[in-house]
Write a protein that binds this ligand. Structure first.
Ligand code: MN
Length: 489
């Protein structure tokens, strides 16, 4: 990594500081039912309509492990290049809150299902590896609703018991930009795997952000603060920016940072103290007596490994190697599985480089403009490939292609059909072009003389005339060649 280009330091009054960030990401497992009950997990359902007696913690109810959630956690662990622990334990994490009817959250403490792993980030200054500390499974809590009634709080238990994967990074992140890249990379990997939809607006991906600062050159970490439950990348970046500056100001004044849990206030763009940071022992963790430890054989992990799709890092390498893309293009085109599928379909049926250019230029601009995902694109991969082919074969020019593209957006039609019915085919017959050009030369004898006398700028004028009488259809490359030849004569 080229450290020189990396300059996220914060200047205090006295010293220059480095920011150390670690994330605890809560990712909702894609699963039709909850971690320990058969209740549905659909987002946006009527409050308390997806709640079983287990989720509402009726006395005597026993949790039953949902095997699909276990498999999803293992798949995710494999996608993070992590060690899968064949033995893991569910623990009770005890705390009181109105939306936690059990009085404890079933989580994993000393024996998580997934151990250390790593994620690769592509930063402008090179690739950077971020360590994963662990991934454990736990239940989500319900939701307290404070804004319906001025004097009452309502509780919706639909989320209670939904499976979450808590992915804990090592304190390897150094800037808001790296956090942005890290969250996006995690999301991409999980979407490829189908283990989490990564929908941040629906709360499927949230993060607790640990921030500390230290003087540049120091080896020891400073005291950290944890900013709870931030649910957008933008807010994470804003919170880090604010929190790091707050800490720098305190240290520069000779004050101490107290370890605490803080809240990010979006409206005021500041973090505020919630409570002094609790330690693990405050939660009185102990193994849940209602759940046996997980103990699976290597074969299960091997089988899941074999069933994994090709993941973004591998796919990126292949795109560079097989399709001659550069690193930047390959990065963009593997960022979503659907995008990579679309590209491969188009590339195989046309020119690989030109297909990438058209996708990343006109196609993405159009989708962005219309707020559409690629799966809803009015232009299919097959049709884009045909358009690219028509340019490549010289049948239409790049300029005409843009017109065809516009028609395709509206009609969804095949470009062949559009080119034929609208007569948009490029004039590429040298004899025809020569005829046109001679006509223009004869009509503009004065200009030819000036051109020959050294007024080379006039070349553009001749090209313009040919385009005009050909209705924009003359093959520009051929026009250039022929013009040069005939003007000499
Ligand atoms: Mn957690």
């Amino acid at each position: 990594m080229n450290k020189d280009k990396f300059d996220y330091f914060i200047k205090g009054e006295k010293n220059q500081y480095e920011v150390i960030i670690g994330l605890e990401v809560h990712a909702q497992v894609s699963s039709n039912s909850k971690l320990f009950s058969g209740s549905a997990t659909k987002f946006g359902a009527e409050p308390n309509s997806q709640v079983s007696l287990i989720d509402s913690a009726f006395p005597g109810m026993l949790p039953v492990i949902n095997k699909e959630c276990i498999n999803q956690a293992i798949r995710t662990g494999l996608g993070l290049n992590a060690k899968i622990n064949n033995y893991s334990v569910f623990d009770r994490k005890n705390y009181f809150y109105a939306d936690l009817p059990q009085g404890y959250q079933i989580s994993q403490y000393k024996n998580p299902i997934v151990g250390e792993g790593k994620v690769l980030l592509d930063m402008p200054y090179g690739s950077k590896e971020i360590g994963i500390e662990r991934l454990h499974l736990e239940q989500d809590a319900g939701k307290s609703i404070h804004d319906i009634d001025p004097s009452n709080t309502f509780v919706d238990l639909n989320r209670s018991g939904i499976a979450l994967m808590e992915i804990v990074s090592k304190p390897d992140l150094r800037s808001p930009e790296e956090v942005n890249a890290y969250i996006k990379k995690l999301r991409t990997i999980m979407r490829y795997l189908g283990t989490c939809d990564g929908n941040m607006q629906e709360g499927s991906l949230r993060a607790d952000v640990n921030v500390s600062v230290r003087k540049v050159g120091d080896k020891k970490y400073g005291t950290r603060c944890e900013i709870k439950n931030v649910n957008s990348i933008k807010f994470m970046q804003m919170a880090i920016e604010y929190e790091a500056r707050r800490q720098v100001e305190l240290i520069d004044k000779g004050k101490e940072i107290s370890q605490e849990t803080r809240l990010f206030d979006v409206k005021k763009n500041e973090t505020r103290s919630m409570r002094s940071k609790e330690d693990a022992h405050d939660y009185r963790y102990f193994p849940d007596p209602d759940l046996l430890p997980l103990n699976f054989d290597k074969k299960l992990v091997e089988d899941l490994k074999k069933s994994l799709p090709e993941l973004p890092d591998k796919k990126k390498e292949r795109f560079i190697k097989d399709y001659g893309l550069n690193s930047y293009e390959a990065n963009v085109l593997v960022s979503e599985k659907e995008i990579s599928d679309y590209y491969e379909e188009a590339a195989k049926a046309s020119d690989q480089k030109l297909a990438a250019t058209w996708m990343m230029g006109d196609l993405f601009a159009m989708l962005n403009d219309k707020g559409l995902d690629i799966s809803k694109s009015p232009i299919s991969a097959k049709n884009l490939a045909e358009l690219v082919q028509s340019i490549k074969s010289g049948e239409i020019s790049g300029r005409i292609a843009k017109e065809v593209f516009e028609i395709m957006i509206v009609s969804g039609e095949n470009p062949r059909k559009i080119i034929d019915t609208k007569g948009m085919k490029q004039q590429s017959d040298p004899k025809e072009l020569e005829k046109m050009i001679n006509e223009i030369i004869n009509k503009n004898k004065d200009k030819v003389t000036q051109y020959k006398a050294g007024k080379e700028k006039l070349f553009g004028f001749f090209v313009g005339q040919v385009m005009k009488i050909s209705g924009g259809k003359a093959n520009p490359q051929l026009v250039n060649e022929i013009l040069k030849k005939l003007l000499k004569g």
